[in-house]
Design a protein around this ligand. Structure first.
Ligand code: FE2
Length: 461
């Protein structure tokens, strides 16, 4: 039986479940635009999804007449014909993300052309430890303007906001390497030959994926409370985290921010927090898979060994995602691709918007840390650059940029030309994520295990 497009469209719009399915099969837009209804219930349609094939038999329990069944049959035929289109679009998407086997030669060319640089470790970090970095007096003034408003902090004893400033002179001999937003580099210690930094520009060739990641990250920055309230900008922990300092216990991060931007996330009925939890897990899963393709061997080993050693759980949308993650297709968020091809990201990570921190060191479960900037709206003159102060390296902020460094090496970010009082400023925007595995996670996993035992004991009592 052959069907006219409007008949197929009528069958499609009759079922919400099929409307959800539709984008995955790329039916022509004309079908979407047509209005019609067969009055088929969602439950009836769901039974068809599993039981009714184009060549299949009529389902046993069915309240549809022959004409309606014919329409459904035509719909399934149309879906089947579009599977080939779907597969080719999926292949294009994975190629643009450098994830498909056919992209490996492109990726090899990119990675093999990354310049290898050897640098001497500086005697003292430059810019020095516990200094705020600035490259323009205006950027320093904007930070001081924010300080003058006496912004809220949970602990007045923390004086880091008032650390001294350090002006970076581009001609300073201590600045051994200055990477522009489009430049990549693999940097080794000249004496020990150890990898100290990996910077990769143009990581993926999928602008719509960067836009999607940015949108999800910004939602997280609006919804959740910053973990560094004394620093300007937003730094938020996502996924499973190690809990409070007093009680290490693994749990899904859900400490909501205050203010209007978080309002919609505070109302459970909106489902916005659940939607964000799934979306951010999808973002991190994709990042993890990209990481496994581009990271130098020693960085990859560092993460893989840590995940294995501590048996870290996957970042799974707080238990909702079991086997796959979802990313938007080439035509945008209405076209969803499920990826079964690789594992989920471990535990969780950080997302950041316009975040700045003075020069510092820190420790992690891993030796290396990574950041991936998904969006940068302004040119380099506006600040917000990453510094590896131990080796005098500046990495100028840029979108679609991967940066790996050792957190034990002194590092920091330069002040930006932005209104720090505005939670959603229009004059500057830099957004990205970080792969951070806290060194409190093992204790937190043990804490969660003990909590489970206690709860079981209480139930038995
Ligand atoms: Fe840091």
């Amino acid at each position: 039986m052959s069907l006219r497009p409007e008949q197929i469209a009528a069958a499609i719009v009759a079922s919400s479940s099929l409307q959800e399915l539709l984008p995955r099969f790329h039916l022509p837009d004309v079908h979407m635009e047509m209005i019609g209804s067969l009055g088929v219930s969602t439950q009836a349609m769901q039974s068809f999804l599993g039981a009714y094939a184009p060549e299949g038999r009529r389902p046993k329990s069915c309240r549809l007449d022959g004409n309606e069944l014919g329409l459904i049959q035509g719909l399934f035929l149309a879906l089947k014909n579009n599977v080939a289109i779907h597969r080719s679009r999926r292949a294009d998407l994975l190629f643009s993300l450098r994830l498909s086997p056919s992209a490996s030669s492109v990726l090899d060319n990119i990675l093999s052309s990354v310049p290898v640089i050897y640098l001497k470790r500086l005697k003292t970090p430059c810019p020095p430890l516990r200094h705020w970095i600035y490259e323009d007096a205006v950027h320093r003034q904007r930070y001081e303007d924010w300080l003058a408003t006496n912004p809220w902090t949970p602990d007045k004893r923390i004086k880091t906001r008032h650390y001294p400033f350090y002006f970076v002179d581009p001609t300073d001999n201590n600045l051994q390497l200055d990477l522009k937003p489009s430049q990549s580099a693999k940097v080794y210690d000249a004496d020990t030959k150890e990898l100290i930094m990996f910077v990769l520009a143009d990581v993926i060739a999928a602008p719509h994926i960067l836009s999607w990641m940015t949108e999800v990250i910004e939602r997280g920055c609006a919804a959740l409370r910053s973990v560094r309230l004394s620093d300007p900008g937003k730094l938020v922990v996502c996924g499973y985290s190690s809990g409070s300092r007093n009680e290490a216990c693994l749990g899904w991060s859900s400490t909501l921010a205050t203010g209007d931007m978080a309002k919609v996330f505070r109302k459970k009925a909106t489902g916005e927090l659940d939607r964000f939890n799934c979306d951010i897990s999808n973002v991190f899963s994709l990042t993890w898979n990209i990481f496994k393709k581009i990271a130098p061997e020693e960085v990859l080993q560092d993460y893989s060994n840590t995940v294995k050693l501590y048996d870290l759980p996957p970042m799974d949308g707080n238990g909702r995602q079991k086997k796959f993650f979802e990313i938007p297709g080439l035509s945008g968020p209405t076209e969803v691709h499920r990826q079964y091809l690789a594992d989920m990201a471990p535990v969780g990570g950080l997302v950041a918007k316009n975040y700045v921190r003075y020069v510092h060191t820190e420790t992690n479960l891993t030796k290396y840390m990574n950041s991936f900037t998904t969006f940068r709206g302004q040119d380099s003159s506006k600040g917000g650059h990453f510094y590896n102060c131990r080796y005098g390296i500046r990495v100028q902020g840029g979108a679609n940029r991967w940066v790996t460094w050792k957190p034990t090496d002194a590092h920091g970010t330069s002040l930006q030309d932005v209104d720090y009082s505005d939670p959603n400023p229009t004059d500057f925007k830099q957004v990205g994520l970080g792969t951070s595995l806290s060194n409190r996670l093992p204790a937190a996993i043990f804490g969660a295990y003990m909590k489970m035992i206690w709860e079981e004991d209480e139930e038995e009592d």
